[in-house]
Design a protein around this ligand. Structure first.
Ligand SMILES: Nc1ncnc2c1ncn2[C@@H]1O[C@H](COP(=O)(O)OP(=O)(O)O)[C@@H](O)[C@H]1O
Ligand SMILES: [Mg+2]
Length: 265
């Protein structure tokens, strides 16, 4: 279970007043739950994921994962049990290293340097199996440098690298936003498959409201550093993109799309 309590983070903004990116954020994510996160640009979505991953120290509050307080654990130590996929396909893999080398590196993540061993036949077989399950033909390109792969192939590889060690938490930050629609669908399909197969506790930021409602079991909306909506279960199941858009507009104090929502709840 992931527990985020009273999390606050401000960034220096040039002037006297810092930019408040997270304002007293509280979120509980039960083990195995898959949370989708929406919100406009600058709402604090990436900051929330970065704070959980330990990219920077937070100003206040704490992050607990499976009962352990990880608030002050450095990023590289958290990487041993937190998998991440970013928007930019270039960010998650090492371009000059081969497909196999990248996967081995991910597999060995979190092991102490002294424990590193060469690639065993068993590991190579396992890597080939996992790659063939992606359905992208990458199992025949084990010795190709990752820099020669397409954006979609790289994102699939990053996803595999992030999930193969069965992390306690998977963080996806708009990980299909830079891909063409067909490739994006393919990566989303793989995401759902991997998360379901491993029962991974997942946070996925998306700007696509349809994906936010259709994938996972919980949807949260962020606005100006706060969680302004948190829906799951039957309420979420009954929600349409239209409803979500209206919630969004209501929170921003804008005109609703029609009168229907004024009568709801
Ligand atoms: N490293 C940083 N330095 C300064 N300001 C930042 C930094 N990261 C994020 N911010 C600011 O914090 C706010 C939230 O950003 P972010 O979490 O990236 O939003 P989102 O991912 O929802 O679009 C924005 O105003 C952004 O400019
Ligand atoms: Mg972002």
């Amino acid at each position: 279970m992931l527990e985020i309590r009273h999390l606050c983070k401000a960034f220096p903004a040039g002037g006297l007043t810092p930019k408040i990116a997270l304002q007293d954020v509280n979120l509980t994510v039960p083990t195995g739950s898959f949370v989708t996160i929406i919100g406009s640009n600058g709402a604090g979505k990436s900051t929330l994921l970065n704070a959980v991953a330990g990219v920077f120290p937070v100003d206040r509050g704490c992050v607990m994962l499976n009962g352990k307080d990880i608030t002050f654990l450095p990023e590289h130590r958290r990487a041993a049990f937190i998998g991440r996929v970013f928007q930019n396909p270039l960010q998650g893999t090492a371009a000059s290293m081969t497909v196999e080398e990248n996967l081995v590196m991910a597999w060995r993540r979190g092991e102490r340097r002294g424990l590193r061993r060469g690639i065993t036949a068993g590991l190579r077989r396992q890597i080939r199996d996992r790659l063939s399950q992606l359905g992208l033909g990458l199992e025949d390109r084990l010795h190709t440098a990752v820099g020669f792969l397409s954006g979609g192939q790289r994102q699939a590889l990053t996803l595999l690298m992030a999930t193969m060690t069965r992390p306690d938490l998977l963080l996806l930050d708009e990980h299909v936003a830079a891909l063409d629609p067909n490739t994006a669908q393919q990566i989303l399909y793989l995401t759902e498959k991997m998360v379901a197969e491993e029962g991974l506790t997942t946070l996925m930021v998306t700007h696509n409201m349809e994906h936010a409602l259709r994938m996972g079991d919980t949807t949260i909306m962020m606005h100006e550093g706060e969680i302004v909506l948190n829906v799951k279960g039957t309420k979420r199941a009954a929600m349409t993109v239209h409803d979500l858009l209206n919630q969004f507009k209501r929170i921003r104090g804008e005109q609703l799309l029609d009168d229907r929502m004024l009568l709801a709840d």
